[in-house]
Design a protein around this ligand. Structure first.
Ligand code: NAP
Length: 526
């Protein structure tokens, strides 16, 4: 079983009571281990007494760690002093389940290693010791160049019961290497990528045989960058349900931290009883990063990668990738030139589909008082819709609405791109009434609806406080405004349009519909 370990920082002796309360809360939320991070406490003269009480009264088995600043901790003192403190704790009668000591300290000095060896369980131990030694390495910058040699050296130490490896992951390639390290572990191991790329390694640790995963009690109590909360691990990512056979899905995009796809799809997998998990997979902008990242996951022999929700800015890249690999692009996605759903079937064949287009039409239909369940090719006849944005989402929204009879005018800050997209979509389907307009004609007063398909107003995006509609555009209760941006729920555009009396449709309405269609494809195409 993969242990869920909650690190709790204890900075001073008077924090011991609070730390024990936090540990009790962690236990009640499902943690199986607590790590007392005594980096700052260790320099206090009362440290030994405080540590003994923490270990003795801990509601969970514990790890004691005094992490020095060079490996990302807060301890600034001499190595000899903190090792002596660990030694004193180990012989005090209040010995923890694990001691964590960095390989950079243990491997550097025979004297320090000897002191640690004295208090941990190992084959040559003469006194009775139940504490196990975690030898660890941390690199906040990136993958250490001598990573494999260091792991081999740690594994070689008879006193080493667990190897812990944590370094900043800079790409999905780093994540896959970390997961491979876990799978090929020479001894029980915890391995994780730090930073936003690393979340996948934390969630998938049980699948690859990791001994433990670290999770914070609350977001502001995290002790490492990218550490999820215990609630995210247990609820959003179903930590306890993940095992060797778990199928892996991703939400691939840039940024992806805000995405609601993990919550949506993991709840679906749970309801369907499917052994699968969907995790955020940050993929830097550009065709090459997308091709390399998704390609490596498809080809990875242990990952069981079964598909992805693909978001900005990679929807057009997905169509290209699936075509290059000889897969099937479903007809609507092929006509749009963009897809948001990737399926990797068990036989290795690929499918790309677009669920944004029908979802946008259904969401806007709701705002227009039409029945989303019975849309046909003339449902939007006589309605003119302005679509802002000419990327993957703009293309899908325009096609989805034109397919159901709307007259669509595309607006984009780079006008040529709107012209090119309109021409391409008309060529893909002659019945689609789609043209491009200049920004200064947005306020013509001739539109029944406006749809924002740019990231303007998106949390973490290029212009989170902005609104894509110029002030001159007249909005009243005859106009419907759909913002495809769904984080935050109430975007600046929706707030402004709502205050001027327009009917507003939040991006979540479209998101839920595209996600439900995507989940149905994931379930049907195996
Ligand atoms: P994309 O392919 O990267 O295209 C982005 C578009 O927005 C381009 O037309 C770009 O114009 C324009 N743009 C970017 N930054 C801008 C700025 N600061 N000011 C004005 N225009 C700007 O992205 P996408 O995949 O189409 O996604 C766009 C948005 O749709 C995202 O916010 C995404 O979350 C949302 N979306 C929501 C749903 C949902 O279910 N609710 C589904 C799909 C997409 P240029 O051509 O000039 O660069």
């Amino acid at each position: 079983m993969n242990l869920l370990c909650v690190p709790i920082a204890v900075d001073a002796p008077d924090m011991v009571g609070l730390a024990l309360e936090r540990a009790a809360l962690a236990a009640s939320r499902g943690a199986s281990l607590v790590e007392w991070r005594a980096d700052a406490l260790a320099e206090d003269p009362q440290a030994l007494g405080a540590l003994r009480r923490l270990v003795r009264e801990s509601p969970l088995p514990s790890i004691v760690t005094i992490r020095p600043a060079v490996e990302g901790g807060l301890y600034d003192g001499e190595d000899a002093a903190r090792v002596s403190l660990l030694e004193a704790l180990g012989t005090s009668g209040d010995a923890p389940r694990y001691l964590d000591c960095e390989w950079s300290t243990y491997g550097r000095s025979a004297n320090l290693a000897q002191k640690i060896d004295l208090v941990v369980d190992h084959p040559a131990q003469v006194r009775e010791a139940t504490t196990r030694l975690i030898l660890s390495l941390h690199d906040l910058e990136g993958r250490p160049r001598d990573l494999l040699q260091r792991i081999a050296a740690m594994a070689h130490e008879p006193a080493c019961a667990v190897i812990k490896v944590a370094y900043r992951a800079r790409s999905i390639r780093d994540d896959l290497e970390i997961l491979d390290l876990l799978a090929e572990r020479p001894k029980p191991m915890a391995a994780m990528g730090l930073g936003p790329f690393g979340l996948m390694t934390r969630v998938l640790s049980p699948k690859f045989g990791g001994l433990m995963t670290y999770a914070a009690l609350e977001p502001d109590l995290a002790t490492a960058e990218g550490q999820p909360t215990i609630e995210e691990m247990l609820v959003t990512y179903r930590h306890r349900a993940i095992g060797a056979a778990t199928e892996v899905f991703g939400v691939a995009g840039w940024p992806v931290a805000h995405s609601r796809s993990p919550a949506l799809h993991n709840a679906r997998f749970d309801a369907e009883g499917r052994d699968a998990v969907l995790v955020p997979m940050p993929v830097a902008p550009g065709w090459e990063p997308f091709k390399a990242s998704i390609g490596e996951m498809i080809d990875h022999r242990r990952l069981s990668f079964r598909g992805a929700a693909v978001t900005l800015p990679h929807k057009e890249h997905l169509v290209r990738l699936v075509r290059e690999r000889g897969g099937e692009v479903e007809p609507l996605a092929a006509r749009i030139g963009a897809a948001n759903t990737l399926v990797v079937r068990r036989d290795g064949s690929l499918l790309a589909a677009n669920t944004d287009a029908p979802a946008a039409a259904e969401a806007l239909a709701e705002g227009c008082g039409l029945d989303p369940a019975s849309l046909d090719r003339s449902s939007f006849s006589g309605r003119r819709v302005a679509v802002l944005g000419a990327g993957g989402a703009g293309a899908a929204v325009a096609a989805g609405l034109a397919e159901r009879g709307a007259t669509v005018v595309l607006f984009n800050r780079t006008h040529d791109r709107a012209e090119a997209l309109a021409a391409r979509l008309r060529a893909a389907d002659e019945s689609w009434r789609i043209s491009a307009g200049r920004m200064d004609s947005l306020a013509c007063g001739c539109f029944h609806a406006f749809v924002n398909a740019t990231p303007v107003g998106m949390q973490g995006g290029p212009d989170p406080d902005g609104s894509p509609l110029p002030d001159e555009v007249v909005l009243d209760d005859s106009i419907v405004v759909l913002d495809t941006v769904y984080a935050p729920e109430r975007t600046p555009l929706l707030a402004e349009a709502g205050s001027r009396g327009a009917k507003v449709v939040p991006g979540l309405a479209m998101f839920a519909r595209q996600g439900a269609r995507q989940a149905a494809i994931f379930a049907a195409e195996r």
